[in-house]
Ligand binder design. Structure first.
Ligand SMILES: [Zn+2]
Length: 155
């Protein structure tokens, strides 16, 4: 079963604009379903499977009640689309066995519990990611660098 070839299936960028396997976590940013101004930072730690979800301002998600909230489900679904279930399971050290091919299935295989994790680190990685995306794809020299006089011009 070879299905870890990136890029996997197209993702719903509007819902989960950022997902990554980094810092020993599956982590990412999930849009709020009701408020376009608000985003949630959700993460699952590899090995311990501790999960957390909060707003980018570190307000705890109201959907966390001992079980992963809908944002964590969205994050897990997107991770499966992005990386393939095998790679995500390996990274998080989840024994999925056969027949698991969704984020929900993955979460169901983890004995996950809630453990607060700072959102700031993930969120700043997201902002940096956005900054890269917004750079125009161009090989032309950056105009702001022309401001610096070349060496030896003499004044
Ligand atoms: Zn949440």
């Amino acid at each position: 079963m070879l299905r870890v070839v990136p890029p996997a299936r197209p993702r719903k960028l509007a819902k989960v604009p950022f997902v990554e396997l980094a810092d020993g976590r599956l982590q990412g940013v999930v849009s709020s379903g009701s408020d376009v101004e608000r985003v949630y930072v959700a993460s699952v730690t590899a090995g311990t499977h501790a999960h957390h979800c909060s707003t980018n301002n570190n307000r705890p998600c109201g959907g966390l009640r001992g079980t992963p909230c809908k944002h964590l489900h969205a994050l897990a679904d997107e991770a499966v689309l992005q990386y393939g279930v095998d790679r995500v399971a390996r990274y998080l050290r989840v024994d999925v066995g056969d027949g698991v091919d969704t984020g929900a299935g993955l979460l169901a295989r983890m004995d996950s519990r809630h453990e607060p994790t700072p959102a700031a680190v993930v969120f700043s990685r997201f902002l940096r990611h956005l900054a890269y995306l917004e750079l125009p794809a161009s090989t032309a020299p950056a105009p702001e660098l022309h401001w610096f006089p070349s060496t030896g011009a003499g004044c």
